[in-house]
Design a protein around this ligand. Structure first.
Ligand SMILES: Nc1nc2c(c(=O)[nH]1)N[C@H]1C(S)=C(S)[C@@H](COP(=O)(O)OP(=O)(O)OC[C@H]3O[C@@H](n4cnc5c(N)ncnc54)[C@H](O)[C@@H]3O)O[C@H]1N2
Ligand code: MOO
Length: 423
């Protein structure tokens, strides 16, 4: 703990970095790959653990970038009609060129040996205007003046100009997005090595909590909204394997058993509630009892000041435990701000640190805080947001109107731009 402060870390970013030091990426596993929908879905959004290399040059040969005519320079000297003697089409080997006449070529087809450029068809007058491959007669063309300005090499995509055989096409540590799935298909991948999805367990605590289906609640009971909020943050990320949330009442033995089970089954345990100063706030004590190292408890942050970050060392890897304050706004913002980047690190994502976009506030009230301040906002136009002023960290109704939140450092009193954390 630093000497001039009651907090172990002075900012969320420092606290996240400190936890990250103990955390490693999940194991690698080989997953079959093909281009059918089921196989693509299986790997989409997962994280590549070893690079994909090109199985051959890209393109695999010199190919045409245009529909037109493959020629050599001397063909342009012809002022009359030039005979089209063959066609080079995608999907077929190029014709053998016998050096008399020219070759009609289509985009993507291989440049026949000896040709040094492609004249696009709109730079010619063709006769007939549409070729009739059924007859042996492929017609003739006349060059328009502009054709004679087309230099050697024009409209030819050279063999290997995108990537040469054996070079890295997709580096490891990246999520498999749509363009990367295309690259895997293009480079003949049959099996890819991915990080196992990060297992995340949600463990809510509190005697007051009931399920979403509870009806006719007495006023001292509430529905477990944190479980839904956390599940909603994590469930649609293929690099996360989030299980059914579990719940423990505020009783030490029950809670300890639930914590031990959650730690044994998961890479990350997200707890909510029970981390502040109440008589029934057992979470810090129990985490210590089960042998977890508490890296921080309380940060200069609002909402969520009582947040707790801990690590349980295992035989091969450490488990991350976040004790999120029970208040719904604190729990949800805390999970987004702290858990997401750390889960990304454990998922093997190279650039796991938050790369938040920034927004400027349309209006800023006079208030400042001596804490890092996460404030719910609604996007009103690109790069501009307005504050959604709520009644505090229990105000779920206001939270539901937000698109995300900004984070302002202590005493900040200007409109930004501030980092924006989208839901
Ligand atoms: N004496 C002090 N009291 C409190 C402090 C403090 O520093 N000194 N900090 C306050 C702050 S700030 C927060 S945030 C809360 C955090 O408290 P806990 O993490 O111990 O959470 P609980 O007391 O269990 O619950 C707080 C609040 O949230 C509701 N809750 C809890 N879990 C859920 C859930 N799964 N779904 C929906 N709502 C939930 C709970 O009913 C309480 O209303 O402590 C302050 N107190
Ligand atoms: O900081 Mo706590 O999160 O207000 O409610």
């Amino acid at each position: 703990m630093s000497s001039n402060s009651k907090f172990a870390f002075q900012s969320p970013a420092e606290a996240i970095d400190a936890l990250a030091e103990s955390l490693t990426a999940t194991a690698k596993e080989n997953v079959p790959f093909s281009s059918d929908a089921a196989a693509l879905r299986r790997v989409l959004g997962r994280v590549l653990a070893t690079p994909i290399t090109a199985d051959r040059d890209s393109p695999a040969a010199d190919v045409s970038a245009m529909d037109g005519y493959a020629i050599r320079e001397s063909d342009l000297a012809e002022t009359g009609e030039v005979a089209v003697v063959a066609e080079s089409v995608p999907g077929a080997a190029p014709p053998i060129w016998n050096e008399s006449g020219i070759i009609r070529i289509f985009t993507g087809a291989i440049i026949p040996e000896g040709c040094d450029r492609v004249i696009q068809r709109e730079h010619t007058d063709e006769s007939p205007t549409i070729s009739d491959a059924a007859t042996a007669n492929l017609g003739t063309v006349r060059w328009r003046d502009i054709a004679r300005t087309i230099p050697a090499g024009a409209n030819i995509r050279r063999q290997g100009e995108n990537l040469s055989e054996g070079s890295v096409a997709v580096p490891s540590g990246l999520e498999l997005t749509s363009p990367r799935l295309a690259a895997l298909t293009n480079f003949g991948v049959q099996e890819c090595c991915l990080h196992r999805p990060v297992r995340v367990g949600i463990l809510t605590t509190g005697d007051e909590l009931e399920g979403a289906d509870a009806q006719d609640l007495p006023p001292w009971k509430i529905r477990n909204s944190n479980a839904s909020a956390l599940l909603g943050l994590l469930a649609d990320r293929p690099f996360i394997d989030v299980g059914e949330p579990s719940h423990a009442v505020d009783e030490p033995e029950t809670l300890r058993a639930a914590v031990e089970q959650a730690i044994s089954r998961n890479d990350v345990v997200l707890m909510t509630g029970g981390v502040s100063m109440g008589d029934y706030d057992y979470v810090p004590r129990i985490l210590r009892e089960v042998g977890a190292e508490i890296v921080f408890h309380k940060l200069p942050l609002r909402p969520g000041k009582p947040i707790l970050g801990a690590v349980q060392s295992g035989d091969t890897a450490s488990t991350l435990i976040l004790g999120l304050p029970g208040n719904p706004v604190s729990a949800t913002m805390g999970a987004r701000r702290f858990a997401m980047p750390l889960i990304q690190k454990m998922a093997g994502i190279q650039d796991w640190q938050e790369r938040a976009s920034h927004v400027t506030l349309r209006e800023l009230g006079p208030k400042t805080l001596p804490l890092h301040w996460m404030r719910g906002v609604r996007l009103v136009e690109p790069g501009v947001a307005e504050l959604v002023i709520g009644q505090g960290s229990g105000d779920l109704a206001s939270l539901a109107l937000t698109d995300g939140f900004i984070e302002m450092p202590p005493q900040a009193n200007h409109a930004g731009p501030w980092p924006f954390f989208a839901w």
